[in-house]
Every structure is written in structure tokens, then in C-alpha cells.
Design a protein around this ligand. Structure first.
Ligand code: GLY
Ligand code: MN
Ligand code: MN
Length: 424
């Protein structure tokens, strides 16, 4: 768990970054309609959660800064018996005051009056620039003395780049649950008939272990389906002799895991599958060796492309001179995506890759990212040797940048071919 003290510290740090005489307003996520009158399960806005730890909807966090001093206020939904009968208990103002280390708590109904008060004589308003226009209008209604509007999300998302010890613990827990799910998938794949059965098995393990949601829609792609990068239909038959790409990770207490394993249906990889698998695995290991503070993600990208291009030439998937092929980016056809992304409260953590001046951030201790090289060889692509057609391989782990290098947080999830075989 993240302690109240830590949330308070985050607000203090954010407060320091605000310019004098400003108000920062952060809204909770709204309920999203799935269809007609049914809703998706509620999920708090990531930036709001990061700054408050508050999980209910209809809430607002406000930071008010004077010359130097900063005060923080939380607005929550009021306790209402009739409403609560339908949609569940609310914490309410009094309890929220006890549990959250903000300067004061109000009911959401008081927001407009209080905002008017806070905003008086201020020069700046910070809000998330992706905010709904109706809410922006509300913010601007009382902003008579405001000289500029600034994007609050940019400040918070930069803070989210570096994970605290408590955050890393939650990510590790998410990964540990995901490990159980992937290992179970390896064990039962021979006995199941459809991709969705395997998906259900994985998601059952997530829930059974206290992760009530996936961090993203699971991809369970048998054979050629693995060559559709965002394949989520998961409704094909599992066919003996093919490989399955499983990209699935749970969210635990608001923290993601993001793991891909490619496994054989049943017992063993074919020779062609194993060759491709070993090639991708070697690339992944090489890239992980490079990770340390000071390295740029773009350098990892470049190296992964170089190594995969070479690997494709060695296997006869690309033909010709390395330099020429690499320059033409011929490998992109079979490795079209990035080497990895930030991960945290969001699977693709909404943290910046560049400064506001467009300079890339170097890796730093405490950052968490995925490393996920892959190769995707479509069955219709006649330029590929026939034995490799219809195979898609990706291997993805979650990596913490440490003081002198990195830690593979998901190292316990079977990855060597022998380890995978020993689980089937
Ligand atoms: N699961 C999404 C990704 O790997 O980026
Ligand atoms: Mn990923
Ligand atoms: Mn993934």
C-alpha cells in the first residue's frame, strides 16, 4: 500500500512546482457508459489517484498556492442513503477528513463556491488540458485575474516517471500474480480448445489472487493471429503445432504488469518456432544488459533494430547486405513496434519521453519500463521462407532501472525454452 504520508509528500512536491498565486484543480474520472444504462467498472483517473489515493468518483483535489505556502483540499461526494443503496457506500466528508492528509475536505456541492473563493486574486490556473470542455468552462467562470492556464498533467506525469519503493513493491506484487497466471497457461494449454479458454484461465488467476482487473485487454493469439499486434478477439482454436503469443498482465492496487510469453500449444516448439524464439530471446537479453542510468531509450530501440535485422538476415528472412537493409529499415516490416515503454499506474505509463524542449530523458534509477522485442511473420508473406510463415513471437519483461544497472522484475516467469517445457 502507498501510505498517506507518501501521498502528502507528492502533493508537497507538486505544490513546490506550482508558480506563486495559483490554483491547481484535478478531477476524478467519470463513470463510463458501456451501453445504454450499464457502466464499465469504475477506474480512478491515474493522475488523480497518484496525487490523492482516493478511489471514488465525483471528487476533486485542489491545491491553492499563495506566495509560497500551499494548501490542499479534497471534495468528495456526500453520503446519501438512497444513492448508496444503489451504488455502494461513500466515504463521506467526515471520514475522508480522518483518512486523508489534506488541509480540509468539502462536499462536492460546495465546489463552485469554494473555487470562487480560491481563485480570487490568483494569476494562474493549472488543470489537465485533456479535461472535458464543460469542466474547463467551470474553471474559467471565476478566473477574472488569471493571466495564464497551465497543464497540470505535465507536472504530475513527470513526477510519475520515478517510482518509489512502495510503488515498486506493488508492481512486483502485480508481476507475481501475473507469473502464476502465465505458468498456469503453460500448464493447461494442451488441454484447452480455444484462445478464450486460456484467457479465462489467466484472468481467473488474476482475480483469485486479488487483482480485480487486467491492466489491459489480454492478447491470446495462436499461430498467425500473433501477427496482428493488437489482436484481442481471442476466439480462434488452439491448434497443435502452432505457438501462442500471450500478452497478459494484471493490475494490482492500481499498478500494472505487462508480460508477454510465447509458448507452444501442447508440448514442444517446432524447429522453426524455436529458432525464431531463441533469436528474439537473445536480442531481449542483449538489450537488458545495456540498461543503466544515463542510457537513452532511443539507443535501446536502435540496438534492438540492429540485432533483429541481423537475426533476420541470419535466418534468411531478409536477404542482402546488413548495412543496406538496416538503412532501408527493411526489418521494420517484421518488427514494427517500439522496444518498450514506461509502466506504472498505467500499463503505458503516461510519463513523458522528452522534456518540454524536445530533449529525450535519459534512464534514471527508479524508472520502470518494459523490454519487448518481437518478430511477426505473416502467413501470406511470400517473401519469407515458408517454414517461418504464420509465426509471431514476442518476449516482454518489466524492468526497473537501478543505481548501476537494472533489475528484471519478472525474471521468475519462465522464459528459457527448457523452463517452458518443464512446466508443460
Ligand atoms: N500489452 C501492451 C504492450 O505490450 O505494450
Ligand atoms: Mn508492453
Ligand atoms: Mn504487453
Amino acid at each position: 500500500m502507498i501510505s498517506e504520508k507518501e501521498y502528502k509528500k507528492r502533493r508537497t512536491r507538486l505544490g513546490r512546482r506550482l508558480k506563486p498565486y495559483s490554483v491547481a484543480v484535478l478531477f476524478s474520472a467519470t463513470q463510463k457508459i458501456r451501453s445504454n444504462d450499464t457502466e464499465y467498472p469504475y477506474r480512478q483517473d491515474s493522475n488523480f489517484y497518484y496525487m490523492s489515493g482516493f478511489r471514488e468518483d465525483n471528487a476533486t483535489l485542489v491545491l491553492v498556492k499563495g506566495a509560497k505556502e500551499v494548501h490542499s483540499y479534497l471534495f468528495v461526494a456526500k453520503k446519501d442513503k438512497t444513492q448508496e443503496l444503489w451504488t455502494g457506500k461513500r466515504l463521506g466528508k467526515e471520514k475522508a477528513k480522518e483518512s486523508f492528509y489534506v488541509d480540509d475536505v468539502f462536499e462536492q456541492e460546495e465546489f463552485s463556491t469554494k473555487l470562487q473563493e480560491f481563485i480570487q486574486k490568483k494569476q494562474r490556473v493549472y488543470y489537465d488540458f485533456k479535461l472535458d470542455y464543460s469542466k474547463v468552462k467551470l474553471l474559467k467562470r471565476y478566473a477574472k485575474t488569471i493571466q495564464s492556464y497551465e497543464n497540470l498533467a505535465t507536472l504530475i506525469e513527470k513526477m510519475r516517471l520515478i517510482k518509489s519503493k512502495a510503488e515498486i513493491k506493488l508492481i512486483k506484487k502485480a508481476i507475481n500474480i501475473t507469473k502464476k497466471a502465465h505458468h498456469k497457461a503453460i500448464k493447461v494449454s494442451a488441454k484447452l480448445r480455444y484462445e478464450y479458454e486460456l484467457q479465462a484461465t489467466i484472468e481467473y488467476i488474476f482475480k483469485k489472487n486479488g487483482a480485480y482487473s487486467d491492466a489491459y485487454t489480454s492478447i491470446v493469439a495462436c499461430g498467425n493471429a500473433a501477427n496482428t499486434l493488437h489482436y484481442i478477439e481471442n476466439n480462434n482454436k488452439l491448434i497443435q503445432g502452432e505457438s501462442i503469443l500471450i500478452d497478459a498482465g494484471c493490475e494490482y492496487e492500481y499498478y500494472a504488469s505487462d508480460i508477454t510469453r510465447t509458448i507452444p500449444v501442447g508440448s514442444k516448439f517446432s524447429q522453426a518456432q524455436a529458432q525464431l524464439y531463441e533469436m528474439v530471446l537473445k536480442v531481449q537479453k542483449e538489450i537488458m544488459k545495456m540498461i543503466q542510468p544515463g542510457i537513452f531509450r532511443s539507443a535501446l530501440q536502435e540496438k534492438s533494430e540492429e540485432l533483429l535485422c541481423q537475426g533476420m538476415i541470419e535466418l534468411g528472412i531478409l536477404q542482402g547486405d546488413f548495412k543496406k537493409l538496416f538503412k532501408e529499415k527493411a526489418h521494420k516490416r517484421y518488427y514494427p513496434h517500439g522496444i518498450g515503454h514506461w509502466m506504472g499506474i498505467d500499463v503505458h505509463d503516461q510519463c513523458p519521453y522528452k522534456t518540454i524542449y524536445g530533449e529525450e530523458f535519459a534512464l534514471k534509477q527508479g524508472m520502470v519500463m518494459t523490454i519487448e522485442p518481437g518478430i511477426y511473420l505473416d502467413k501470406e508473406d511470400k517473401s519469407i521462407p515458408a517454414k517461418y510463415r504464420g509465426i509471431g513471437i514476442r518476449i516482454e519483461d518489466d524492468i526497473l532501472v537501478t543505481k548501476n544497472g537494472c533489475e528484471n522484475l519478472s525474471y521468475e516467469i519462465a522464459k528459457e525454452i527448457n523452463e517452458i517445457y518443464s512446466l508443460t
